[in-house]
Design a protein. Structure first.
Length: 94
């Protein structure tokens, strides 16, 4: 499984590099193109790794899917996220 994950990461990196070249150099979008290629890189990473999990028997054995139990302590994560957002926001507050 770890070899497949490595291959997926390399593939998504190739997508990001190609998208960056096309959007910034060929199309001439500048910073907007760099941002868009970064989004495509992360999207391709999510898609490739999801495909890896979908077709891997090992991953299916280790994960049984979503259940209500997965969301038991959601409020704790929300509180942590909100405090982090407030911390970062106050650093840039002027």
């Amino acid at each position: 499984m770890s070899d497949a994950v490595g291959v997926m990461i390399v593939a998504s990196s190739a997508v990001g590099i190609a998208a960056n070249y096309v959007f910034v150099r060929v199309v001439g979008m500048g910073v907007l193109g760099a941002s868009l290629s970064h989004v495509l890189y992360h999207l391709s990473t999510a898609v490739f790794l999801s495909a890896c999990v979908w077709w891997s028997e090992t991953a299916r054995e280790g994960w049984g899917g979503f259940s209500r139990k997965a969301f038991e302590d959601t409020w704790e994560f929300i509180k942590l996220a909100l405090s982090g957002i407030l911390t970062v926001a106050t650093e840039f507050w002027r």
